[in-house]
Ligand binder design. Structure first.
Ligand SMILES: NC(=O)C1=CN([C@@H]2O[C@H](COP(=O)(O)OP(=O)(O)OC[C@H]3O[C@@H](n4cnc5c(N)ncnc54)[C@H](OP(=O)(O)O)[C@@H]3O)[C@@H](O)[C@H]2O)C=CC1
Ligand SMILES: O=C(O)CCC(=O)C(=O)O
Length: 430
């Protein structure tokens, strides 16, 4: 095995040494359960037919139906989707959600498609994977470059195929289609709750703490805004086109509003003189990662901090809001430099936690307020963060290894409780 999944699996190997889970269970966790690859024909607005490549992977469903987002991005590949499904498996176990791990994706740049083309593509994706998903089988959600609108189309298409309204097959839907209050901001808010639990342990005072955030989407923009509101000095943010920096701290709310209107943040200082963001300079994404800040928050894509640039990282704390932003080789270098890394499967788990709440609300038909949702999510995130912290202290391991140990113990128990299912291996069920 090589590639992203192989790299992700090295974390599993490391943590396995600290658990007593059976060999059978650990072997099962090293392989994705099922991986589907589909071709999606889409009629484009100019009349031509284009075939897109899509994927859905259910990595493990021992603890419940598969759960995980769908990504639309040019770099989507089977290896990436399998890795993302692997992380979902450990994330759901870590948060003690009754779900396994899954993920999906389509290889494309969605910014190049019209709204109508995107809708045909999203509905076509569901046509192609309909037999593979379901409210009790595998439940979808948003990820990079997908949103509420796309989740709504997907839920509607699945309902058409099933000939019954099936809100529980997708989370992150519009509120009018059974979405949950708070799902739109859940990932950034959950990360904020954990950061607020961790940083006081190091006696960091918000007003004296500088923060840089890479990625200014559904997750990054929310955590940046919440930290800024609490007094942290968010000195740099970026999107796919580059970043902006000021040592005095940015006005995150204005930047969010600006991005909504202009779809980018880097034009602020070069083209728009009306916008009152204050003085700041242009930086690249590479420069942002290497800024001399207290806290670095990668909130875009995987493989951003690697063996090549990790020696240049100056932040003291890294909170992984993105999935897989640090390679395993970089982990060791950062560790030697004394940089504390707080792992993706804990930090960004607010999203799937509120997705679980959405699924519960869809099944019960009783809907909660935003405050109820956020309070329940906060409680879950803080409880598990404290447990991971305690394991890290007890076993003298990194927070990443501690998070995997915690998740592995739950996964191992569930796998062992199901038994060996030897009849598969021996051929005939009796
Ligand atoms: N949404 C969710 O609920 C969850 C998301 N995550 C993870 O968080 C990360 C971000 O997801 P999300 O916020 O939903 O995605 P979005 O699509 O909402 O936002 C992605 C952001 O990343 C920026 N970006 C894209 N490519 C690059 C790049 N090469 N360098 C720097 N910035 C880049 C985009 O820029 P631009 O705006 O210019 O395109 C955009 O600001 C992903 O790793 C995702 O898997 C994890 C858990 C849940
Ligand atoms: O909300 C969900 O179900 C999954 C979100 C997701 O894809 C992730 O946590 O990476």
């Amino acid at each position: 095995m090589n590639g992203l999944l192989a790299d992700a699996s090295t974390r599993l190997e490391k943590a396995l040494k600290y658990t007593s889970i059976s060999e059978d269970a650990s072997e099962r966790l090293k392989h994705p359960k099922s991986s589907l690859s589909v071709s999606i024909p889409v009629r484009m607005d100019d009349g031509s037919l284009r075939i897109f490549q899509g994927y859905r992977v259910r990595y493990d469903d021992t603890r419940g139906p598969g759960k995980g987002g769908v990504r639309y991005h040019p770099n989507v590949s089977m290896d990436e989707v399998q890795s993302l499904a692997f992380w979902m498996t450990f994330k759901c176990a870590l948060l003690n959600l009754p779900f396994g791990g899954a993920k999906g994706g389509i290889t494309l740049n969605p910014k190049e498609l019209s709204k109508q083309e995107l809708e045909r593509l999203s509905r076509g994706y569901i046509e192609a994977i309909a037999d593979f998903i379901g409210p009790d089988i595998d439940i979808l959600a948003p990820d990079v470059y997908t949103n509420q609108m796309i989740m709504g189309w997907m839920m509607d298409q699945y309902s058409i195929i099933q000939r019954k309204i099936s809100p529980g097959v997708v989370t992150g839907k519009p509120l009018t289609m059974g979405g949950s209050q708070g799902r739109d901001t859940a990932t950034g808010t959950g990360a904020y709750y954990v950061i607020q639990t961790i940083l006081p342990k190091f006696e960091l005072i918000p007003e004296k703490t500088t923060v840089a955030v890479q990625g200014f989407g559904k997750a990054g923009s929310v955590v940046a805004e919440l930290l800024a509101k609490s007094g942290y000095k968010v000195v740099a943010v970026s999107d796919s086109k580059g970043g902006i920096y000021t040592e005095n701290g940015l006005d995150i709310l204005s930047i969010r509003n600006y991005k909504k209107e202009h779809r980018g943040i880097t034009a602020i200082y070069c083209e728009d003189t009306v916008c009152d963001i204050g003085e700041h300079e242009n930086i690249t994404n590479e420069q942002l990662l290497e800024l001399d800040v207290d806290v670095l928050i990668p909130a875009a894509l995987e493989n951003q901090i690697t063996a090549e640039n990790s020696n240049n990282i100056k932040a003291k704390f890294i909170f992984e809001v993105a999935n897989g932003p640090i390679t395993s080789a970089a982990d060791s270098i950062l560790d030697k430099k004394g940089i504390y890394v707080f792992p993706d499967i804990l930090i960004n788990a607010g999203g799937v936690t509120v997705s679980y709440f959405e699924w519960v609300q869809n099944r019960s038909g009783l809907y909660w307020t935003r405050t109820e949702v956020n309070e329940r999510m906060k409680d879950k995130m803080m409880t598990e963060a404290e447990q991971v912290w305690a394991i890290a202290q007890k076993d003298g391991v990194s927070m990443r290894t501690a998070a995997y140990i915690h998740a592995l113990n739950r996964l191992g128990d569930a796998l062992d409780a199901k038994g060996t299912r030897d009849y598969y291996v021996n051929g005939s069920p009796h």
